[in-house]
Write a protein that binds this ligand. Structure first.
Ligand SMILES: [Mg+2]
Length: 307
C-alpha cells in the first residue's frame, strides 16, 4: 500500500476546524498562529530494524540523527527549533544503548541550541523513539508555493547517505577511508540550520530531502501544481560518491535522484543563490522531469515508502 495514500485516508477523519492552524497535515511541519508568531510542529519516529539496526549504528549517532531529522523539518519550514518532547519504548537489554542515545541527543541539542523538556516511556520488545519538536519563525515556508519561472536549488551534494547505508549493509571487515566518510554521512546527518535566514529571505517553497530528491520534489510539484525540470548536467556529483560508484559500478545520478536521508534542502526561488546548487527550473504543468541530452524523461514520483 502507498504510504501517502494511506495517510491521506486516515487524515480525512480528522477535520481541522481551528482557524489558527495555518498549515495542517501534509507539509514538513504543521504551522500554528500563536500571538503574532508562527509555531512549527513536527515529529519523527524511529523503529528498530525498520529505520535503524542497533549493530549498525552507535547509540550516540542514533541520538544525534533522531534530533537532526526533526530539526531538518523545522529548518525546511523556515524556522529554528525551540522545544522538544521525546518518547521511548525500550526493553531491559536496551539500557546501555539508550544511555548512549541520550549522549547523542545532548550533543545535538548543544549544536542546534534548544531543549528537550518532557516525554514518555514504555517497555517494548523493539526499541522505538519518537521525537516531537516545536520550532518558531516569523515567516514559514511550505511545499505548495513554487511558481513558474523560478529556479530549483539544492543546499549541497546528494546521494552520500544512501551510499553510506549500502556500505554499512555490506558488513565488510575493513573499510577504506573514503567509505568510512560516506558511512558518516548516513549516521551523522547535519540539518541545515545555517540556511534558515537565507530560506526566509529567498525561498518560495522548500522541502528537506529525506526520501530522495525525485520523490521529495514530487511533493512540491504536486502541491504547487507545477512542473519541475531537473537538468542532469547541473546535478553535482560529490567526489566521494564518484569514488563509490566507480568502485562498485553504480550510476551516481541514481543515488542523487533516489537516495534518501541526506537531509539537505530542495527549494525554489526567483533569486540567484550563490552558496547552493541550481539544478533546474519550474514550469506550468505537472510532474518531475529529468532533462538530459536525449530529451526529457518523467521521473517516477516515488519517495521511500515506510509501509
Ligand atoms: Mg521533511
Amino acid at each position: 500500500m502507498n504510504e501517502f495514500k494511506f495517510i491521506n485516508e486516515l487524515v480525512k477523519t480528522l477535520e481541522i476546524k481551528d482557524k489558527d492552524v495555518l498549515v495542517g497535515f501534509g507539509d514538513d511541519c504543521a504551522v500554528v498562529n500563536c500571538g503574532g508568531k508562527k509555531l512549527l510542529f513536527t515529529n519523527d519516529i524511529l523503529v528498530e530494524n525498520r529505520h535503524f539496526i542497533k549493530s549498525k549504528i552507535s547509540g550516540r549517532d542514533l541520538g544525534w540523527k533522531l534530533v537532526s531529522v526533526n530539526v531538518s523539518d523545522v529548518v525546511s519550514s523556515g524556522g529554528f527549533p525551540r522545544w522538544a518532547n521525546i518518547s521511548i519504548a525500550i526493553s531491559k537489554e536496551d539500557i546501555e544503548y539508550i544511555k548512549d542515545i541520550y549522549l547523542g541527543i545532548k550533543e545535538a541539542l548543544d549544536f542546534y541550541k534548544f531543549s528537550v523538556i518532557g516525554g514518555n516511556t514504555s517497555s517494548s520488545e523493539k526499541l522505538i523513539l519518537d521525537f516531537f519538536l516545536v520550532g518558531e519563525t516569523d515567516r514559514y515556508i511550505t511545499r505548495d508555493n513554487a511558481k513558474a519561472g523560478e529556479k530549483v536549488f539544492i543546499s549541497d551534494y546528494l546521494g552520500l547517505s544512501r551510499a553510506g547505508l549500502e556500505l554499512l549493509l555490506m558488513n565488510k571487515d575493513r573499510y577504506e577511508d573514503f567509505e568510512l566518510k560516506l558511512i558518516k554521512y548516513h549516521t551523522r546527518p547535519v540539518a541545515r540550520i545555517d540556511l534558515v535566514n537565507l530560506l526566509k529571505e529567498s525561498a518560495s517553497s522548500c522541502i528537506d530531502i529525506s526520501d530522495g530528491l525525485a520523490g521529495d520534489l514530487g511533493h512540491i510539484s504536486r502541491l504547487s501544481r507545477k512542473r519541475i525540470v531537473i537538468e542532469e548536467n547541473k546535478l553535482p556529483i560529490h567526489p566521494l560518491l564518484k569514488m563509490y560508484c566507480e568502485k562498485y559500478n553504480k550510476n551516481p545520478i541514481d543515488y542523487i535522484l533516489y537516495g534518501g536521508e541526506d537531509y539537505q534542502l530542495a527549494f525554489t526561488s526567483s533569486k540567484d543563490i550563490g552558496n547552493c546548487f541550481e539544478i533546474g527550473y519550474i514550469e506550468e504543468g505537472e510532474g518531475v522531469y529529468l532533462k538530459t541530452e536525449c530529451g526529457n524523461t518523467k521521473l517516477k514520483d516515488i519517495g521511500f515508502s515506510h509501509i
